[in-house]
Design a protein around this ligand. Structure first.
Ligand SMILES: Cc1cc2nc3c(=O)[nH]c(=O)nc-3n(C[C@H](O)[C@H](O)[C@H](O)COP(=O)(O)O)c2cc1C
Length: 257
């Protein structure tokens, strides 16, 4: 699987990710787990306020939710996105680096699903210090291959790809012209188009800011809530990953700093 994934372009790898809600009983072997742990260590070392933690073989946080939104089967491995809530832009950055984690998991042949609401945060086996909380978790494991009917319906409902890359640009009617001005923009918007978002609301839009030679694409959400900021960070990661760029932090900040 990994060799296979190595042949994909960054955008193709982003597009390969989809939410997996049914997992096999097979444990994730140490060789793969170590790759995920290395990714998390790198993130925690460099990112102030993020304390991501990998927990395996622990079904407790998802126990009461097997019949809820999405209906999960055998969810027992997860990355707990622990954040220090006092740190600036921490929800956005948690989304950004959790998506980096998810794409690493996809690259090594695993399935993932962000879970923001339907889990019991009190049961998450993460170490928390004062001021820290579990913003969300990212499940991971080998996909079961066959999803429950309810999960299938959710996927069908949630995975509507009715939005095109241009729909993520504002104003949409100027997207085509903007894409000719900025060759990377199309690729970046296609990255955003396949980004996961809470309840598939896809709240992130790209706008151009500045004048003359200083015009840059920026990403924003209309309503500033922790959930939307997580979605903002995820979308920014996808834009940057698809186009090999780096963003600035903050709602409405540049995607290509
Ligand atoms: C922050 C966040 C929280 C989410 N929470 C849940 C959840 O509680 N339950 C669930 O089944 N899916 C959850 N999802 C997954 C979304 O429903 C999914 O990403 C979206 O429907 C798009 O589908 P895709 O991931 O297959 O592209 C969440 C996604 C994000 C980004």
């Amino acid at each position: 699987m990994e060799n296979n994934a190595n042949l994909l372009t960054p955008l193709e790898l982003l597009q390969r990710r989809h939410s997996v809600r049914a997992y096999s009983e097979a444990p994730v072997p140490p060789v793969l787990l170590n790759k995920l742990k290395a990714t998390v260590t790198m993130i925690n070392t460099h990112q102030h306020g993020l304390k991501f933690q990998i927990i395996t073989d622990d079904p407790e946080p998802m126990k009461a939710f097997s019949r809820s939104y999405g209906s999960f089967t055998n969810p027992r491995n997860y990355m707990a996105a622990v954040v220090d809530t006092a740190v600036e832009n921490v929800y956005e950055r948690a989304g950004y680096f959790a998506e980096q984690f998810a794409i690493k998991a996809v690259e090594i042949g695993l399935g993932t699903c962000f879970v923001g609401g339907t889990f019991n945060s009190g049961k998450v086996k993460a170490q928390l210090r004062a001021g820290e909380k579990v913003a969300f978790i990212v499940l991971f494991g080998f996909p079961l291959g066959k999803e429950k009917i309810l999960a299938k319906l959710t996927v069908k409902f949630a995975h509507r790809k009715t939005m095109t890359a241009a729909d993520f640009f504002e104003p949409t009617e100027e997207a085509a012209q903007a894409m000719t001005m900025f060759p990377d923009l199309k690729l970046g918007l296609e990255g955003i188009a396949c980004a996961p978002s809470s309840l598939n609301k896809r709240p992130v839009r790209v706008v151009l800011k500045g004048t003359g030679e200083n015009v840059v694409p920026c990403a924003k959400v209309e309503e500033v809530t922790p959930t939307n900021l997580v979605d903002l960070g995820i979308a920014k990661f996808n834009y940057n990953y698809a186009t090999t760029t780096e963003c600035a932090w903050g709602n409405g900040a540049s995607l290509v700093d």
